[in-house]
Design a protein around this ligand. Structure first.
Ligand code: SF4
Length: 685
């Protein structure tokens, strides 16, 4: 437990793991952490934290931390001084920009890092380099949420605060293993269910929440749109819709009704595997609730029709008048990483500046150009998957990878590796010698969330303060300082003398953040955006009077179900789903370097007992998993959490590199990869 001696310090900050945004108190003595405890008055967590936020902090003083810059010499990464490393970065980026043009350089920003650091990186790319080639990992997780929610409602965020989950009387949880991936929200949903709220779970796996649910719609991977269309049809057929709301505040009803003629329950059952009686029970639960809420995750977005999945799910809330109304508990995307919402909000995206202001809008560009003192490039830049293709085609010659281990986390990692190899120059700004750092030309040691000053935005659009409990180790700098130094190395002063100044500059240029500042957050606590003035309390609940679409109305989407990118077939008959487990986080870079490793020391393949019997595989036996792109081996965990014909893996362990298997199939609208369905074959190794 934390000591209470006068010399001990308690630093209040925000968890750096998932997008729930728990407030944590970090207890330090000298330069070490004694304990991390959940803040009893944390606005989202209210005294709770999960096994990651509470216990997985030991990585911060791991002997593996990068403590000095590294520069590749004679094909080896060797320690260098900051002057040497920055000199190489500045010289090589300037050379490539001047010889091949600014668009020959691309950057991937970091959803683990603060808003202020993301603001600085996109500013660096747009000013010092002169390109919009900047993207962040929302591309590979929740880009369909931004696109879908903007199209349906107007803004790129969830509609309601976490508090509304407590008063919902029906929770429809779709494509989200909440008790493992967002545990504090998962606990809140479990508590709501135990208090009597009805629970509908849409998930191919029998998750903990599915076992607790009143109705579990266990569709096959890739069938979301069919299921949501089937539910929408039942809502309309049974009169579970708010006609007054639809007439006054929505459009597209007739077009949707026409499409839904093709989605009777028996056809939905054929397309998805969801029995008609389960579909009817779910429609009745959501359709008759007085305060219905929808919560969803990557099981909706990470599909080739992920944006359609978001839009057809949003249809249900619109039909019920359950968004933008006092009884509507809205639609909440559970963002994956701690600051994936904020990285996008800050404009680390190829087509928008901070606050989703479009780069192809001349008035927006003029405003930023006047503040930054340099023109803003007009042409939208490349998305992450396009960056890799462009590198292989010789159009991108340099990549700046900030706080992401793309060789572990991005799909089809053989393709990613080939793209990095094709570049003339790769920079990795990292805290550990990740797989990506190991192939870089220069590695710049940055900071963990426990060493950062700034803000994150959580899944319900809440800006929260991040405060440093420790200094970065050795010669590592905060990422904010590293990015400013890279600007200097390119001969450009990025301004923003500290993180507070960076957020102030961003707020001045971005109407929806205009009322947010470090000073205000320190004084008042968290603030939801939009927050347009210094006396604006922020909008926790959106669309009370009008939607933020151009016509002020919610837009129903008539979208048909279309087949997934790589359905199982005779050669690759199993559907592989990738995802997360409770104890480790994403690529495991941080959690594997903590005592959490003792809880889950390795990866395993979840396999149904019938499939295990057919393959002659017992518990713990090694299984070869082969896709069209590669093969990995993992020990079997025989469980009916997965359905017959479906298997599950995470990518938390480098010895089971699941993304060697995943495909380059992407969402047609946003280029988000289809992590949730890869065709594989299995055999006992
Ligand atoms: Fe951190 Fe998420 Fe766990 Fe909260 S639920 S402690 S934000 S990992």
């Amino acid at each position: 437990t934390a000591g209470d001696r006068a010399s001990d310090l308690v630093t209040r900050t925000t968890c750096g793991y998932c997008g729930v945004g728990c407030t944590l108190d970090v207890h330090t003595r000298d330069t070490g952490i004694l304990a991390v405890t959940p803040a009893p008055d944390g606005p989202v967590n209210r005294g709770h934290a999960c096994v990651k936020g509470r216990f997985a902090y030991g990585f911060v003083r791991s002997p593996d931390r990068l403590t000095t810059p590294l520069v590749r010499r004679s094909d080896r990464l060797e320690p260098a001084t900051w002057d040497e490393a920055l000199d190489v970065v500045g010289r090589e980026l300037a050379r490539i920009r001047d010889r091949h043009g600014p668009d020959a350089i691309a950057a991937i920003s970091s959803a683990r890092s603060t808003n202020e650091e993301n603001y600085l990186l996109q500013k660096l790319m747009r000013t010092a380099i002169g390109t919009n080639n900047v993207d962040n990992c929302s591309r590979i997780c929740h880009a369909p949420s931004a696109a879908g929610l903007i199209a349906s409602f107007g803004l790129a965020g969830g509609t309601n605060p976490a508090e509304d989950l407590d008063v919902a009387d029906c929770l429809l949880v779709a494509g989200a293993n909440v008790t493992q991936a967002h545990p504090v929200i998962g606990a809140r949903i479990v508590q709501a269910a135990l208090r009597g709220a009805r629970l509908v779970v849409v998930d191919p796996r029998r998750t903990e929440l599915a076992r607790l649910a009143d109705v579990h719609l266990r569709g096959r991977p890739g069938s979301n749109v069919a299921v949501f269309n089937g539910l929408a049809r039942l809502l309309l057929d049974r009169g579970f819709v708010d006609e007054e709301f639809l007439a006054a505040r929505a459009d597209g009803v007739e077009e949707l009704r026409e499409l839904l003629a093709d989605y009777p329950p028996d056809r939905v059952a054929d397309l998805s595997g969801v029995p008609p009686d389960a579909l009817a029970a779910a429609a009745e639960a959501y359709g008759t609730a007085r305060r219905p809420a929808i919560v969803y995750g990557l099981g909706i977005t990470e599909h080739v029709h992920g944006t359609d999945g978001v839009r057809t799910l949003a249809n249900l809330a619109i039909l019920r008048g359950a968004v933008g109304t006092p009884h509507g508990m809205g639609v909440s995307p559970l963002r994956g990483q701690n600051n994936v919402q904020g990285a996008s909000d800050m404009g680390a995206l190829p087509d928008v500046l901070p606050g989703y202001q479009r780069v192809d809008d001349p008035l927006v560009r003029e405003r930023f150009a006047a503040a930054w003192g340099t023109p803003v490039p007009e042409r939208p830049g490349l998305r992450i998957p396009e960056m890799f293709d462009a590198a292989l085609a010789g159009r991108v010659r340099a990549m700046y990878v900030f706080g992401e281990d793309i060789l572990a986390t991005d799909p089809n990692s053989g393709h990613v590796r080939a793209a990095l190899d094709a570049c003339d120059f790769v920079v990795s700004q990292e805290i550990f010698p990740s797989a990506t750092a190991q192939v870089a030309d220069v590695v710049l040691p940055g900071s963990s969330f426990l060493e950062k000053d700034g803000t994150f935005v959580n899944f319900d659009r809440r800006f929260q303060r991040v405060r440093p409990a420790l200094d970065p180790p050795g010669q590592a700098y905060t990422d904010f300082d590293v990015l400013r130094a890279v600007g200097d190395a390119l001969g450009v002063d990025l301004g923003c003398s500290d993180p507070a100044a960076a957020l102030a500059e961003c707020a001045e240029l971005t109407p929806v953040f205009a009322g947010i500042s470090h000073e205000r957050l320190d004084r008042e606590g968290a603030l939801h955006w939009p927050c347009r003035r210094l006396d604006d309390p922020g909008e926790a609940r959106l669309y009370g009077t009008a939607f933020a679409t151009p016509d002020g109305r919610a837009h129903l989407a008539a979208r048909p179900w279309l087949p997934p990118g790589e359905p199982p077939d005779a050669d690759f008959p199993y559907a592989l789903i990738t995802g997360r487990r409770l104890v480790h986080y994403n690529s495991g870079t941080m959690t594997r370097r903590t005592p959490n490793l003792a809880l889950v020391p390795g990866e395993h393949l979840d396999l149904h007992p019938d499939d295990a019997r057919r393959l002659g595989v017992g518990e713990g036996d090694p299984v070869e998993i082969t896709s069209r792109r590669g093969m990995v081996t993992a020990p079997a965990r025989v469980t009916d959490e997965v359905a017959v014909g479906e298997v599950f893996l995470t990518f938390a362990f480098p010895d089971v590199p699941a993304n060697l298997l995943t495909s380059s199939e992407v969402d047609e609208v946003t280029s988000c990869p289809e992590y949730k369905l890869t065709a594989v074959r299995l055999r006992r190794a």
